[in-house]
Design a protein around this ligand. Structure first.
Ligand code: C2O
Ligand code: CU
Ligand code: CU
Length: 490
């Protein structure tokens, strides 16, 4: 059984690790020795059918709220054909069950931790009171329970819930603690978008498997885990049978540290309708979709342009390897389609940039500490490592603020992309490197990718709740190795 001192042990272990010079090269990656893993090329590709995570039903519906119970437990799941993988799952499932909730209808979730690891549950993109936001130090110890209240006073959007335990997030999420949390509202439901079986959440993650089928994870290194196998909704390189009609896909990059740039087929057009914080004002056509860790995008793909029998790959254009294709859509039948993509989707209620405000700056960079030899890198925000007891900024409730995020790599070869995520407040990206934001960044966001040397200026307003919240890099190994800060809404 893990003890509370485990975090300390881990920090100590970090100091004892030998990181060779080569591992510190640009965007160094964790690689697992090939001898230890099931060969990725032995895993079947595009034959296993895509699965959809089950939708969790409330245990109690009262006139005013829905109540759920979730048990976090270990289970053996067949991810690779004929082998069992030990997972840590919400309800013993990987990925966790999907929650579909309604705007303004509160849900109360009782989580019981039957794992041997400590946990904390965060609804990413949720506007939640501080004691229900999965603050990293608010941990649920093995055997304990905690009740989280989510008022859902926010726009319809594709959110996700995942573990956030202090120093343990990378491992806990990798072993399975993540699922979709979809907020619906009347405005979005009134649109003629594809719905029901044609509204499909796709959680994209990478993993490496040991020869015995278990997940490979090195808890000591902290450059960011990248796996050898692409999974969608927990299925390696799946295929999905589709008909000649429109589908709405809710895309989530739930990887610990893998950046994606999604493309369909031969970079065929995709209609982007939503970002992290819900629907865009109007649809836009794109051909590639960058999606950093924790970012979401909602897209419509119209398969009516393909003949029955066509196979269309969803790929990651950032890699040239067997990892390039992620999944395959097989167009198997002709079908009429009553779904439409309306020219106007939603009023996002964007903020107005205040004339006088000066920006708060958050700088993400590695620091070097001789105390941490022979692993001298510590990931920091504004030069400091995370301390749950230290508040690094007080933010007045209801004020519109300008925040600047900057990725600084003082020594270029230890730089790394840092997808920056703010709890509680969604933001509007005003500028990326002094220019207009990218096409897929022009809606509400809660996570923004920052490559080495990049700077992003955003507008945000913390609303509804006072208390302590976090801001951090969503490379989960960076996060666990201190690239996180606390701000207090006052
Ligand atoms: Cu998705 Cu603070 O996390
Ligand atoms: Cu979050
Ligand atoms: Cu980072």
């Amino acid at each position: 059984m893990r003890k509370e001192t485990d975090a300390m042990t881990r920090r100590t272990a970090l100091r004892l690790t030998v990181l060779g010079g080569a591992s510190m090269a640009a965007r160094a990656r964790i690689s697992t020795p090939a001898t230890a893993s099931t060969r990725a090329d032995a895993i079947p590709r595009f034959t296993l059918p895509l699965k959809l995570p089950a939708v969790l039903e409330p245990t109690v519906r009262t006139p005013t709220q829905d109540e759920y119970t979730i048990v976090q437990r270990e289970a053996a799941q067949e991810i690779l054909p004929g082998r069992l993988t030990k997972i840590w799952g919400y309800q013993g499932m990987f990925p966790g069950p999907t929650l579909r909730v309604r705007r303004n209808r509160p849900v109360v979730i009782r989580h019981t931790n039957q794992l041997s690891t400590h946990t904390a549950v965060h609804v990413h993109g949720g506007v939640n009171p501080p004691d229900s936001d999965g603050f990293a130090a608010d941990m649920v110890m093995p055997g304990a329970s905690r009740t989280y209240t989510h008022p859902n006073r926010q726009r319809a959007a594709t959110l996700w819930y995942h573990d956030h335990a202090m120093d343990m997030t990378g491992e806990n999420v990798l072993r399975g603690l993540a699922g979709f949390y979809i907020v619906e509202d009347d405005e979005e439901q009134s649109l003629p978008l594809p719905r029901g079986p044609f509204d499909v959440p796709l959680l994209i993650q990478d993993r490496t498997f040991n020869a015995d089928g278990s997940f490979a994870y090195d808890t000591v290194r902290h450059m960011g885990f990248e796996g050898e196998v692409m999974l969608v909704n927990g299925v390696p390189w799946p295929k999905m049978e589709v008909s000649t009609r429109k589908y709405r896909f809710r895309l989530l990059n739930g990887s610990n540290a893998r950046l994606l740039r999604l493309a369909l087929g031969n970079t065929e057009p995709i209609t982007l309708i939503g970002t992290d914080g819900g629907l865009l004002p109007a649809p836009v056509t794109i051909t590639t979709l960058p999606l950093a860790m924790a970012e979401r995008a909602e897209v419509i793909v119209d398969f009516s342009r393909y003949a029955v029998g066509t196979q269309v790959f969803l790929t990651n254009a950032l890699v040239k390897s067997p990892l390039t294709p992620i999944m395959r859509f097989d167009v198997v039948k002709r079908e009429t389609d009553d779904a439409q993509i309306p020219a106007r989707l939603s009023d996002p209620g964007f903020l107005k940039r205040p004339k006088t405000a000066t920006a708060r700056t958050w700088t993400f960079r590695p620091t070097f500490s001789l105390h941490d030899l022979p692993t001298p890198i510590v990931w920091t925000v504004n030069g400091k490592r995370f301390d749950p007891n230290r508040c690094d900024a007080t933010v007045p409730l209801g004020d519109v603020e300008l925040w600047r995020f900057r990725n600084e790599a003082p020594v270029r070869f230890v730089g790394s992309p840092h997808p920056t995520h703010v709890h509680l407040a969604h933001f509007q990206i005003l500028e990326r490197n002094g220019k207009a934001p990218l096409i897929h960044e022009r809606g509400w966001k809660d996570t923004v990718a920052l490559d080495i040397g990049e700077e992003v200026l955003v507008l945000l307003r913390c609303e509804q709740f006072r208390g302590r919240y976090m801001l951090h890099c969503h490379n989960l190994e960076h996060e666990d190795h201190a690239m996180m800060t606390r701000f207090d809404v006052t």
